[in-house]
Unconditional design. Structure first.
Length: 126
């Protein structure tokens, strides 16, 4: 007979609050808070009108995921405000007239918001 005792497996803890979690780096509440902070940071560079249009675009389903790209993240197809044209957009750039001219458009904000909100798990803090 052996006197060896089984050591319990190291329990996972949330990197933000330290609570015990089952999997991942953050607990669900902390992950939601981190996502909300990231969305608020992304929205800060846009006007209130652009923010409202981006929210409407997302709410109406006018931003459709096309595919994930290695260089720019997720690629979306966005519908114009008049509904007569569509544009390809990533979190880094948009194919609409304003985006091509290097200005920030609400399509860009909507793509950034969806990219942040769709993260299932957050990367571990370094």
């Amino acid at each position: 007979m052996s006197n060896a005792t089984a050591t319990p497996a190291a329990e996972a803890r949330c990197l933000r609050c330290g609570r015990k979690i089952k999997t991942g780096s953050y607990g669900p509440k902390c992950a939601a808070k981190i996502r909300q902070a990231a969305i608020a940071e992304a929205r800060a560079d846009f006007t209130p009108d652009q923010q409202a249009k981006a929210e409407e675009l997302i709410r109406d389903g006018g931003l459709v995921p096309v595919r994930a790209t290695a260089r720019n993240g997720n690629l979306f197809r966005a519908v114009s405000s008049k509904g007569d044209a569509t544009y390809l957009v990533t979190a880094h750039g948009c194919g609409c007239r304003a985006g091509v001219q290097g200005r920030r458009c609400y399509h860009l904000l909507a793509a950034r918001t969806l990219a942040i909100a769709s993260r299932r798990s957050l990367a571990k803090a370094a």
